[in-house]
Write a protein that binds this ligand. Structure first.
Ligand SMILES: C[S@@+](CC[C@H](N)C(=O)[O-])C[C@H]1O[C@@H](n2cnc3c(N)ncnc32)[C@H](O)[C@@H]1O
Length: 164
């Protein structure tokens, strides 16, 4: 779905925050993108690296807690085409995350978020999602495209850019 909404070009730089064992990062790398996945879990990063032993293209993983003070040196200001965050944003300091993402993104770069939606989740899974109100706060002031990933609207995708 991302491909149909965002015009990607070979070699574009992508950063995934909260990549887990790297399934989404591998999918992006297989589209010809240059992907770096970060996760605070060393176990997840070790597994992601192991699963990527075979050639998935331009892809690397590193352990990093986005809430820690020092960003990796590779995350220079205005150096990234797409920041993506799948199924993780509910666990983050969202205000800081959005601010940081647009600091790393090139002008007109894209912040792509996939998140479960609290109102449409089963009671036992609600903690994984953002409420509609939290989503509205997250996207306030940004150009936005929203799309449903699940037909029951339990997971939503957001493509966000700063105004031209
Ligand atoms: C539900 S998993 C999603 C994994 C992957 N994005 C996917 O779609 O399969 C959430 C991940 O976010 C990571 N995470 C949570 N807080 C984080 C933080 N502050 N910095 C970096 N990663 C974080 C967790 O360790 C976990 O691997």
């Amino acid at each position: 779905m991302l491909q149909s909404l965002v015009q990607t070009k070979q070699g574009m730089t992508v950063v995934e925050i909260g990549c887990g064992t790297g399934g989404w990062a591998r999918a992006l790398a297989s589209m010809g993108l240059s992907v770096t996945g970060y996760d605070l879990s060393g176990v997840a990063i070790a597994e992601a690296t192991k699963l990527t032993e075979h050639d998935y293209g331009d892809l690397r993983f590193a352990e990093w807690d986005i809430h820690s003070a020092t960003p990796p040196y590779s995350l220079a200001p205005q150096s990234v085409d797409i920041v993506t965050c799948r199924l993780t944003v509910a666990f983050l300091d969202r205000e800081k995350f959005v601010r940081d993402a647009f600091h790393w993104l090139k002008p007109r770069g894209i912040l792509h978020i996939v998140t479960p939606v609290h109102e449409h989740l089963k009671a036992s899974e609600k903690h994984r999602g953002l409420t509609e109100r939290q989503i509205s706060e997250l996207v306030a002031g940004l150009e936005q495209t929203r799309y449903a990933i699940e037909p029951d609207r339990s997971i939503t995708g957001l493509i966000l850019q700063q105004g031209a």
